[in-house]
Design a protein around this ligand. Structure first.
Ligand SMILES: [Ca+2]
Length: 142
């Protein structure tokens, strides 16, 4: 084996290690604030903007309507959205309000324009919507 061949073999092994480490540090379905595009309100399965994301057309750049029932909607992972939302980021220019029940009823929390919130029943002024409880959303502060 020539010195050149040995070097190539060592480099190949180094690349293989890097590839494995990249896979380990990027678990499937992981997400963060940077995964939410400008112009959207993104809803996350877990707190601190982690887990799978749900993007509803009504909460996108062309959205103007509210969503009265999360039941038919899913996260990108395929998991159903209703009663599973734990955090949300608002990359639009308008406040939105999340509600505990369908048809904009129950406990509620505003996600102000340009900000993000954990749904953790923190009380006024953040709101008192609990974790894994959101079932509808409307534009405007609560
Ligand atoms: Ca959740």
């Amino acid at each position: 084996m020539t010195k050149r061949t040995v070097l190539k073999g060592a480099m190949g092994a180094a690349f293989a290690v890097v590839a494995v480490l990249s896979t380990l540090s990027s678990p499937a379905q992981a997400a963060s604030a940077s995964d939410c595009d400008a112009g959207w309100v993104c809803i996350y399965e877990n707190s601190n903007l982690s887990g799978s994301i749900a993007t509803l057309a009504a909460l996108g750049p062309k959205g103007s309507s509210s969503v009265d029932n999360f039941t038919p909607h899913k996260f990108h992972s395929g998991k159903y959205l209703n009663d599973q939302a734990s955090s949300a980021i608002n990359k639009t220019g308008h406040d939105v309000c999340f509600y505990e029940h369908t048809s904009w009823r129950g406990r509620r929390t505003t996600v102000p324009a340009g900000e993000w919130v954990n749904f953790a029943a923190q009380g006024w002024p953040i709101g008192d919507l609990q974790n894994d409880a959101a079932s509808s959303v409307s534009w405007g502060a609560c």
